[in-house]
Write a protein that binds this ligand. Structure first.
Ligand code: ZN
Length: 78
């Protein structure tokens, strides 16, 4: 999964950052009914647990969005 584009000022490549010092991929869940969002966590299961708690407190909230934050890196080819 990479993207390439050429601008006036150079050729850039963009790809998911898999370097050892990359930010972690994190997962959160957002209620599509009220917009409340769980904490972001590297463990998707934590976000899913939040969904069960939220649905328990709000029995009419049945639809959710998964929010995935994935680090990317852009660099210019020499
Ligand atoms: Zn809700």
């Amino acid at each position: 999964m990479t993207a390439r584009t050429v601008f006036l000022f150079g050729a850039w490549t963009l790809a998911p950052d898999k370097e050892p010092d990359a930010e972690p991929i994190t997962y959160a869940m957002q209620c599509a009914v009220c917009g409340e969002t769980s904490a972001a966590d590297e463990d998707a299961g934590q976000a899913q647990n939040w969904t069960f708690q939220h649905a328990g407190r709000n029995p009419s909230h049945h639809t959710y969005r998964e929010l995935i934050i994935r680090p990317w890196r852009a660099w210019m080819r020499a």
